[in-house]
Design a protein around this ligand. Structure first.
Ligand SMILES: [Zn+2]
Length: 447
């Protein structure tokens, strides 16, 4: 069932008062989608009549308010596997079939209004899927600088996302995710760092926003997580649960608490998409030709893709930039799937790399990332540890204190620009701050 098929929604609204569904019922019985109602109507293939829908809703004591979701809330959660739809008023991060959820949001961009607003990622308010302003959790994140840097023989725009409060672009995702948790009435979330980068920067971001929102955060983390980050998260009030290996515990956690893992939770990507909005505005409401980003779990890359898709759909920009994903040659499942023209990620042998944040053997949203890059006529590029080290040293020499994982993307940019057109407008990012990796950087560069 596509989102466009809600022709009777307006009429249903007119009927709502007549059928006498109470406010309590509306509040407690949300989450049943229009497609479910159709299935209930004895296998009907066409839209049911208003009378039938009202009868079914009353008979099952469910809220027909969900039928109005696209009109009222303008967003809906859809399973990427079985296509089941859920109301955004449900506190879920995963489909009942085990599939990954994606959020479809009808964004708009009132540019004249946006220009008058505060310089934070929340200035794109109509595009962010939080219903009420009172639930927004934000540190008044600044719009990050888009700085021109010579890389090779090409001048590239680099967005300085290492300047966020927790030290990485992940604050974008955490701000929207934690705001949504608060809006859903959640007072306890769980974040694990098993399925994400071992540097733990996503956990760090989510935990700091939870602290700001006064939400308890249970953190399930492997024993080898960086001690400095662990200490910081403890001070933020996270409850740390140390576990040894991937197990089913993650999903059990997901059922009893709100699962805030940045790869599973669809709201995270609707925070990272602000990266695209900012680039667009900073370039005079235009798309660049090419965007080069890290592809570990792909949360910045996918958010950027969603962001430009929304800008395109809203008519703000006229083209989708080519998106290029960078991986370490030591752990490159997306690159190999791309090269072999596969539709899914196959298993690979992961080896040690300096870019630990990119070393994800099986990204949760790997297929989505692959599809996104392909649909923009982009590509994946791999870099070696030697190239990462050289790029890190080069960035430090010109005054940018970034972490090694962040330098991998810059190494990839340097490879790409060797073949780029002279007038190609290219954007990349500094994704993480080096202050969280001082010892590692010193050891690496023999300081
Ligand atoms: Zn499903």
């Amino acid at each position: 069932m596509s989102r466009g098929q809600f022709p009777i929604a307006k009429n249903i609204k007119q009927y709502r008062n007549k059928i006498g569904i109470t406010q309590d019922q509306l509040a407690s019985l949300s989450g049943v989608g229009y497609n479910v109602l159709i299935k209930l109507e004895s296998g009907a293939t066409e839209n049911p009549t208003i009378e039938t829908v009202v009868k079914i809703a009353k008979g099952l004591k469910i809220s027909i308010d969900d039928l109005l979701v696209p009109e009222k809330n303008q967003n809906i959660l859809v399973c990427t596997t079985c296509k089941k739809e859920y109301s955004p008023s449900k506190a879920i991060s995963q489909c009942t079939c085990g599939g990954i959820l994606t959020l479809i949001h009808n964004s708009s961009f009132p540019i004249d209004e946006i220009r008058k607003r505060k310089q934070t990622m929340w200035r794109y308010r109509e595009a962010l899927p939080i219903m009420q302003d009172k639930y927004i959790i934000s540190f008044d994140e600044s719009i990050t600088p888009l700085t021109k840097i010579m890389l090779g023989r090409h001048e590239v725009f680099v967005k300085q996302d290492h300047l966020f409060s927790s030290g990485s672009y992940k604050d974008r995702g955490a701000s929207v995710l934690v705001s949504k948790a608060l809006e859903l009435g959640v007072n306890r979330v769980s974040e694990d760092s098993l399925m994400q980068d071992s540097s733990g920067s996503a956990s760090n971001a989510v935990v700091s926003y939870c602290a700001h929102a006064n939400i308890t955060c249970d953190l399930y983390t492997p024993m080898e997580i960086d001690l400095d980050k662990l200490t910081q998260m403890k001070f933020f009030g996270a409850k740390i649960h140390t576990i040894k290996q991937k197990d089913k515990h993650n999903l059990q956690v997901a059922q009893s608490e709100y699962y805030a893992n940045h790869s599973w939770n669809p709201y995270f990507l609707h925070g990272t998409k602000t990266f695209a909005f900012e680039i667009c505005e900073q370039l005079g409401w235009k798309s660049p030709d090419t965007i080069i980003l890290p592809a570990g779990n792909g949360t910045l890359l996918l958010g950027t893709y969603i962001g430009f898709l929304e800008l395109l759909n809203a008519g703000v920009v006229s083209k989708m930039p080519k998106i290029i994903g960078i991986q370490s040659v030591q752990c490159a499942p997306l690159y190999f799937a791309y090269k072999k023209n596969l539709s899914e990620i196959s298993s690979i042998d992961k080896k040690f790399t300096l870019a630990q944040g990119l070393a994800i053997e099986k990204p949760i949203r790997g297929k989505e990332t692959l599809d996104a890059v392909r649909s923009t006529n982009g590509q994946f590029i791999v870099v070696t540890d030697h190239e990462i080290k050289a790029a890190l040293a080069e960035m430090l020499r010109i005054g940018f204190y970034i972490e090694p994982t962040s330098a991998a993307t810059i190494a990839g940019v340097k490879k790409y620009v060797a073949e780029a057109k002279p007038d190609e407008i290219i954007v990349s990012a500094f994704t993480g701050n080096g202050l969280g990796s001082i010892q590692k950087i010193a050891k690496l560069l023999n300081a």
